[in-house]
Design a protein around this ligand. Structure first.
Ligand SMILES: CC(C)(COP(=O)(O)OP(=O)(O)OC[C@H]1O[C@@H](n2cnc3c(N)ncnc32)[C@H](O)[C@@H]1OP(=O)(O)O)[C@@H](O)C(=O)NCCC(=O)NCCS
Length: 355
């Protein structure tokens, strides 16, 4: 799954370039910095309202840490998530929401990328996409609204680019640096968002291995995602700067604890839908044939192992366990069409013979 929620790290919504996640105690440093005076983002987000500086005291820090824990434990729909760059894990800002009238599902969203050097790099767009997906999904909304002002061209560009429509304009309702601007209200309906999403199919690049322990009774290395009864092949997202082959080896090691050697640099490519209720996310997976580095003791063939770090979150959810399965048994147990396709293409020839 592309959304994951774990007791230790909380909620995480993963895009290609950004991740939305619950706050963590170390975010407090950024919040102190960003609520300090004179930062560029404050000139665009409601500049007529003073920003309340966050004091850097031990008590405030402790209170923030406790709030982080409470949010993770609550399991409630989130009212704010932090934006982080994937790969570097740079904290960029946040998305938030508030009710205009909860009784009628009237909600508005907001976004701030607080480092000026990070503007115009596509982070805002993807963060807002993830946030809209999440809100329409978990709150079952009919509409999401957004308020800004006519001087905020970047915010208006972002909103129009996502399919928001102008709904109201209150002329000369804002004054910034002595100049009158209009207050602008925009909105997007559930069906409009769905139509926008259907037009934009995102490819999510992943890589994995079909690792076989050779011999008279070949066994296949498989993993179990937490909460799923059927096994699948070790695989996961290709990180920025990584080659598909590197990602395949890394994902296999992370998900199974086993180091493997690729038998070919030429993968087979299979495609599938990443998450059932997000049909616009299409996963394109490069599967490499591989074998374990070193011998696999006979005893290991009949045991389960937990991956290091108790599994990790990703498109496939967290991995609960891995093990070796006789080839035929694995083939019968697989449900994911991508895994069956990879197995058929890499291990069994067209006639059904093991190659
Ligand atoms: C507004 C903000 C969230 C946009 O995020 P961003 O990461 O800079 O924007 P992106 O790079 O994702 O660009 C998104 C869209 O905005 C548009 N855009 C970007 N810069 C623009 C500019 N200077 N003028 C007009 N449109 C612009 C682009 O058309 C882009 O659309 P596209 O993806 O179809 O090309 C961010 O700049 C920000 O936080 N600014 C300061 C605080 C703020 O204004 N918050 C909103 C308060 S209402």
């Amino acid at each position: 799954m592309n959304a994951s929620e774990r007791p230790d790290t909380g909620l995480s919504l993963d895009g290609t370039g950004v991740r939305l996640r619950d706050p963590k105690p170390s975010d407090y440093d950024d919040i102190v910095k960003w609520t300090g005076p004179g930062l560029a983002w404050q000139r665009y987000d409601a500049p007529w309202e003073p920003v309340e500086p966050q004091a850097d005291t031990p008590e405030r820090r402790e209170a923030f840490g406790l709030r982080c824990e409470a949010i993770r434990a609550s399991g409630l729909p989130r009212t704010r998530l932090e934006i982080e760059a994937r790969g570097s894990e740079r904290h960029l800002g946040w998305v938030n929401r508030y009710w205009v009238d909860e009784r009628t599902g009237w909600l508005e969203v907001g976004i701030d990328i607080c480092e000026e050097t990070e503007w115009g790099r596509g982070y805002g767009r993807e963060a807002m996409e993830l946030w809209l997906d999440y809100l329409f999904d978990v709150l079952g909304l009919a509409r999401v609204g957004l308020g800004t002002w006519s001087g905020n061209a970047r915010m208006l560009g972002l909103a129009y680019g996502l399919g928001f429509r102008p709904e109201a304009r209150v002329r000369r309702a804002r004054i910034v640096d002595g100049i009158h601007y209009d207050a602008v209200k925009l909105g997007i309906l559930r069906d409009e968002w769905r139509a926008v999403r259907d037009r934009h199919v995102h490819d999510v690049a992943e890589a994995g291995t079909v690792t076989v322990r050779p011999g008279p009774d070949p066994h296949l290395l498989v993993v179990w995602n937490a909460g799923y009864g059927d096994p699948s092949l070790p695989k996961g997202r290709i990180e920025p700067g990584e080659s598909p082959a590197e990602a395949a080896v890394r994902e296999t090691a992370e998900e199974t604890g086993l180091r493997v050697r690729l038998l070919s640099t030429r993968p087979v490519e299979v495609t599938g839908v990443a998450v059932e209720h997000r049909p616009w996310l299409r996963r394109r997976i490069s599967f490499f044939p591989a074998e374990p580095l070193g011998d696999v003791p006979e005893a290991d063939l009949h045991s389960f192992r937990r991956p290091p770090g108790e599994g990790r979150a990703g498109l496939g959810g967290s991995i609960a366990a891995s093990s070796w399965l006789p080839l035929l048994q694995a083939e019968l147990a697989f449900r994911q069409p991508e895994c069956l396709a990879a197995l058929t293409k890499l291990v069994r020839g067209p006639s059904g013979q093991t190659v």
